[in-house]
Design a protein around this ligand. Structure first.
Ligand code: PEP
Ligand code: MG
Length: 889
């Protein structure tokens, strides 16, 4: 018999924290908390295996599931002394989903399940609180109605608004038992009207309805979108947790709250959270009432902290905080309920955090001795470092404040206002920077939040959906900006008498919660000491070197600042486009004789020499890989008439000649045309000029500094051994000449890019001629897939959406195909030359998953754009530590 159901609480724990795959995060952690002695109401988890079986088996549950659920339910009844469906002493339960990782978009929670027209009377008698019983009942119908029966939740809100209006009150808490009875009647009519069936009065039907809704929600479009964005396989399935209810809404000595054991925005070691008196869980998240702080020290005037309101429960919670951190060795995100001054734990999980907080916590926890340095390195998601490296508002920049909300997710963002997720998505696709403005967000908005540069909501606290999701995505977010009112119909927001319409620009500061009119200037971030510390620890653990792709002194300097250990790719053609030189470049292309070309190249030589001299100086003592000219010559030709006229005048030829040359050089498929080393083979003088510039630049630096750089000269797009032989000979000839002129030689090496399948397959032959390989995985991806780099953008997103490809292979290496080419080439190359230096310089060099692959195949270094250097350092360390790349906060 398969075990489908696992009990927890009341001294009978069948799960553990490391059983997340089977029990989901929530279920595994409930069992873990119960087993370390924390107060967890008893319950049971229906395993993820049921979800998988359900979908594999035409939406049928395993036949022995019902008996196991019944037995587990009996155990809860026995533990709490109540009976499910009993009219005098009814057991009520919560039903909650729980996947391996927390997943917005799924059915979340149904509370108070088991209430009916009969059992509500029993609850009223037992609690001696009629108002509480009817409040709980209406909450149940509302939650069950919207999440299980799919009745739009706005209809329920309208009925409450109506009741409050009739009673002449503002807060829900002011409604009486009688008022809530009226609301319940209204709700039941609503359900009948909307679904055509009366609200189910059989607790068993309610239970199975809720269980079915959890499993059903695994495949709803929102959940599917979320999984796609976060690389979560559909096969994982979700678990369902059924747990005895405890009540935070039973009176003034009851409360419900959510908290983090450290501040999830900054990482500060302060207990951080919110609670509401006399409320149930969803009230805190929904942002209907304004939650109060936990600690007295953080309470603002007028706020009442839990520490003051319920000192005993607070003290117990502080104890739980310490126990959980010591046990899990990580910051925890906790949900709790206080029922008549007694604390109950309803959830714990590793808390989501901003990049800044992840960094601070990792470093702090290592200093505290909670974790070691290697673990600290593993704790920070390399991709999230982007958040720290990105701009913030320039403190000196002028600005006009529109409103202030909560600093929900740090970073600054500027963009045009849009009021719907769909609009955000469609405008962002056209390249527009947008700020998504919503009263509050829900899982339906996730695609828009992802597309937006920043998110602004007018309702909800620091734990609202918008805040939590934005932090996870690394989007700046201001939540709960109550001073702003939003009119979706009129597509306008108003604050303090000012109007901002859709399409107008605003700026958010997610670190302060401020919203500004128009755009505000931004500045580069200053990196904290923790950043340097973590990077140092990462460097200690990584094996691969990290270089940068740079050709300008500014990029090279930025990369050095971020810790680049040399240049892995200097694309020399980028230097040819400089306005001062382009005329000489065009002159070279236009010449039909070698002499003419050499004359033009002589004009370029001093520029190139100076370029390389600067790079060698900035990268003093570090390797610099210079790639000789790669793209097809026609790319440098003028396109506009004015440019053509300029070139014609400079060369003393007519426009017709220029046009004709353009036609001659044009290629049907330039990516596979006369580029890379093919140019060097046809026009040796080009590579000769570049080689001379490199050697003369290097000798100049040696003269200035006393230290000779070691240039690594790289030949692009090699497909045959002969091509490398020819171009290498060109370089060697020039080296000999330059060294003879100087009366003195320096060391250098000549290697090649491996960016064509043929080169990979004959890498052993190529290695005989080359000193190093650098994998050009951009072209290698293009050629292995037969997929044009320039055109793939039109259909690749669809391929990814439709699941034809798991990811864009130009972003993250296709391990099975392109990766296999790399592996073959590395192996063949090293068979011939065991010490052959291997690197990667395609865009993949800055992608964490690709870096993990590079570690596996034993590359010596990765090279990426300057801003990705820290990402690469951390990824390389994690790869070396044997990390799966998703094992991060
Ligand atoms: C490559 O092809 O991966 C590469 C680094 O070269 P480029 O992008 O300049 O073609
Ligand atoms: Mg290339």
């Amino acid at each position: 018999m398969t075990k489908w159901v696992y009990r927890f609480g009341a001294g009978h724990n069948e799960g553990r924290a490391d059983m997340k795959n089977l029990l989901g995060g929530k279920g595994a952690n409930l069992a873990e908390m119960a087993s370390i002695g924390l107060p967890v109401p008893p319950g049971f988890t229906i395993s993820t295996g049921v979800c998988t079986a359900y979908y594999d088996n035409h939406h049928q549950y395993p036949s022995d599931l019902k008996a196991q659920v019944d037995e587990a339910l009996r155990a809860i009844e026995a533990a709490v002394g109540l009976t499910f469906g009993d009219t005098d002493n009814p057991l009520l339960v919560s039903v909650r989903s729980g996947a391996r990782v927390s997943m917005p978009g799924m059915m979340d929670t149904v509370l108070n399940l088991g209430l009916t027209d009969q059992t509500v009377e029993g609850l009223a008698r037992r609690s001696n609180d009629e108002r509480f019983a009817w409040d709980s009942y209406r909450r149940f119908i509302q939650m069950f109605g919207s999440v299980v029966l799919n009745v739009d939740h706005h209809h329920f809100e309208e009925i409450i608004e109506h009741a409050k209006h009739n009673a002449g009150v503002i807060e829900d808490t002011a409604l009486t038992a009688k008022d809530w009875k009226g609301v319940v009647e209204g709700y039941k009519d609503l359900v009948l009207r909307e679904t055509g069936k009366p609200f189910p009065m059989d607790p068993q039907a309610q239970l199975w309805g809720a269980i079915g809704a959890v499993f059903g929600s695994w495949m709803n479009p929102r959940a599917i979108t979320y999984r796609k964005l976060h690389d979560i396989p559909a096969e994982w399935g979700t678990a369902v947790n059924v747990q005895a209810m405890v009540f935070g809404n039973m009176g003034g000595d009851c409360a419900t709250g959510v908290c983090f054991t450290r501040d999830p925005s900054t990482g500060t070691n302060l207990f951080y959270g919110e609670y509401l008196v006399n409320a149930q869980g969803e009230d805190v998240v929904a942002g209907i009432r304004t939650p109060q702080p936990l600690a007295k020290a953080t309470a603002k005037p007028g706020e009442v902290s839990l520490e003051e309101a319920m000192p005993n429960a607070y003290a117990e919670l502080m104890q739980v905080r310490a126990t959980l951190e010591a046990h899990y060795k990580d910051m925890q995100d906790i949900e709790f309920t206080v029922q008549q001054n007694k604390l109950y734990m309803l959830q714990t999980r590793n808390g989501k955090r901003t990049a800044a907080a992840a960094l601070k916590m990792a470093v702090d926890m290592a200093h505290e001795g909670l974790i070691d340095q290697a673990e600290a390195v593993m704790r920070v998601n390399p991709s999230s470092l982007d958040q720290l490296l990105h701009p913030m508002l320039d403190p000196k920049a002028p600005r006009t404040l529109l409103a202030k909300g909560l600093p929900a997710s740090p970073g600054a963002a500027c963009g045009t206002v849009v009021f719907s997720a769909d609009e955000a998505e469609s405008r962002a696709q056209k390249g527009e920077a947008v700020i998504l403005v919503r009263i509050e967000t829900s899982p339906e908005d996730i695609h828009g939040m992802h597309a937006a540069k920043g998110i602004l909501t007018t309702r909800g606290g620091m734990t609202s959906h918008a805040a939590v999701v934005a932090r996870g995505m690394g989007r700046p977010c201001v939540s709960g900006a109550g001073g702003i009112s939003v009119d979706y119909a009129a597509q306008v927001l108003t604050a303090g008498g000012k109007f901002i319409r859709a399409g107008e620009t605003i700026t958010l500061d997610g670190a302060t919660g401020e919203v500004f009119i128009g755009s505000v200037a931004m500045i580069e971030p200053v990196l904290s000491g923790d950043f340097g510390t973590l990077m140092e620890w990462a460097d200690k653990h990584r094996r691969m070197g990290v270089r940068t792709n740079a050709e300008t002194p500014m990029d090279a300097e930025t990369a050095r600042k971020f810790g680049a250990e040399g240049i892995g790719l200097c694309r020399t053609e980028h230097m040819f486009f400089d306005p001062e030189r382009i005329l000489a470049v065009r002159q070279m292309i236009m010449s039909s004789t070698e002499t003419g070309r050499r004359q033009a190249l002589a004009l370029l030589l001093p520029y190139q020499r100076e370029d390389f001299r600067k790079l060698f100086t900035i990268m003093a003592g570090l390797p610099v890989t210079i790639r000789l000219l790669d793209p097809p010559l026609h790319e440098f030709l003028p396109h506009q008439d004015v440019e053509m006229e300029e070139v014609a005048a400079a060369l003393g030829v007519d426009m017709e000649t220029i046009r004709r040359r353009g036609v001659e050089l044009a290629e049907a498929n330039p990516m596979l045309g006369h580029r890379g080393c093919r140019l060097g083979v046809s026009f040796p003088e080009i590579y000769e000029m570049q080689a001379r510039a490199i050697f003369e630049g290097a000798l100049a630096v040696e003269k200035e500094t006393g230290n000779a750089p070691h240039p690594e000269i790289m030949i692009p797009l090699v497909a045959t051994r002969k091509e490398l032989e020819i171009t290498r000979a060109q370089v060697e000839k020039i080296a000999a000449a330059v060294f003879a002129e100087a009366g003195h030689a320096i060391e250098y090496s000549v290697g090649t890019m491996i960016e064509l399948p043929r080169a990979a397959l004959i890498a052993d032959q190529i290695a005989e001629v080359g000193d190093f390989f650098s994998f050009g995985t951009n072209d290698l991806t293009q050629t292995v897939f037969g997929l044009s780099r320039d055109d793939a953008g039109k259909f690749l997103p669809h391929y990814v959406d439709a699941g034809v490809l798991p990811k864009d292979p130009f972003v993250s290496i296709d391990v099975d195909g392109v990766g296999e080419m790399v592996r073959i080439a590395a192996e063949k190359g090293r068979r011939v030359k065991p010490g052959l230096k291997l690197g990667i310089c395609g865009e993949h060099g800055g992608d964490p998953a690709s870096i993990a692959f590079c570690e596996k195949v034993g590359l010596d270094y990765v090279s990426c754009s300057p801003f990705r250097v820290p990402v690469a350092r951390l990824s390389a360390a994690q790869a070396a530590l044997g990390a799966a790349n998703d094992r991060t906060a």
